[in-house]
Design a protein around this ligand. Structure first.
Ligand SMILES: [Zn+2]
Ligand SMILES: [Zn+2]
Length: 300
């Protein structure tokens, strides 16, 4: 198979560590034979909207390029945090332990991680009007953090599942980003310790089959696409359990009629992607699990 699309690329406008310029992305994709591609910077909440405004401005200034699209990656957020951010009530944004002491940042750049009501109402902080205004062609929806639930394996599996279902039932979402990414991180205490030994990689083997089946059902019946994310399928952590589980289950999804997008989730540098997660490496891995060109679709 040949990967000819990449709909998950972050630019230097993204609120995180991404640093690629639009010129690097366009030239790199073209040189690598990627024919359809799009930039998709993060919108965790409206707090990140200025980043998207700048990305859109740069996209327009660059001028039209065949196959180059403008997308967005939205986080499954909570009503509680979006209301707080709308009121610019940032007092309790993000607290974690640093060297045994509580550390509080002053901006909710990733949303408000702690303090909300467990299992409260979910939302994405994006409207149809925002999409029209910014010319957003497609929406990748991702689970990036807990809905203030307890950080244990069973509670986090349920939380991820509920958020994924919410995204797949949302009319603005086209693609489910990297299903279950971060489950091992959030299920343990790695957020506090920053120690990989505290990741709960075993969580991936504990996801009930009926959860996978229900997500496949929602993907097909709601006409959404599932993302085969480079960072998941090439993930060597936990003896490869993340990559193995993702690929095995997505191969099952494929047999149920699910269609996919490919996403490099590029944050650093540009194409060509090198080493153990290069495009040719991804192609080899996807072929091993029986994927062909026909399994991929476009999100618009
Ligand atoms: Zn993501
Ligand atoms: Zn991303």
């Amino acid at each position: 198979m040949k990967i000819t699309q990449d709909f998950h690329i972050h630019t230097h406008c993204s609120c995180d560590s991404a640093n690629s310029s639009i010129d690097e992305i366009v030239k790199g994709c073209q040189a690598a034979g990627i024919k359809e591609f799009g930039i998709s910077d993060h919108l965790h909440t409206k707090f990140n909207m200025p980043d998207l405004e700048i990305a859109r401005k740069e996209f327009l200034e660059y001028g039209p390029v065949p196959g180059f699209h403008f997308g967005i990656e939205v986080t499954c957020a909570t009503q509680w945090e979006c209301e707080k951010i709308a009121k610019r009530d940032f007092a309790s944004c993000f607290t974690c332990e640093v060297n045994g002491k509580p550390f509080q940042t002053m901006t909710p750049i990733d949303g408000i991680m702690y303090g909300g009501p467990a299992n409260g109402s979910l939302m994405i902080d994006l409207t149809k009007e925002d999409m029209d205004r910014l010319g957003i062609e497609y929406v990748i929806g991702g689970v990036h953090k807990p809905n203030y639930t307890e950080q244990t394996v069973p509670t986090m599996i349920d939380d991820y599942f509920n958020q994924s279902c919410f995204l797949l039932n949302h009319e603005l979402v086209n693609i489910l980003a990297h299903p279950w990414e971060g489950l091992g991180f959030w299920s343990g205490y790695s957020i506090v310790t920053h120690d990989i030994a505290d990741y709960r990689f075993d969580a991936f083997s504990k996801i009930p089959q009926e959860y996978w089946d229900e997500l496949a059902h929602l993907l097909v019946s709601n006409h959404k696409l599932a993302e085969l994310n480079r960072c998941n399928i090439c993930n060597k952590r936990g003896d490869g359990i993340i990559a193995r589980t993702t690929l095995e289950k997505m191969a099952e999804w494929r047999e149920k009629g699910v269609k996919f997008t490919f996403g490099s989730d590029l944050h650093k540098g540009g194409y060509p992607l090198r080493g153990e997660s290069s495009i040719s490496e991804c192609e080899k891995i996807l072929e091993e699990y029986g994927f062909t060109d026909d399994d991929f679709a476009q999100p618009f």
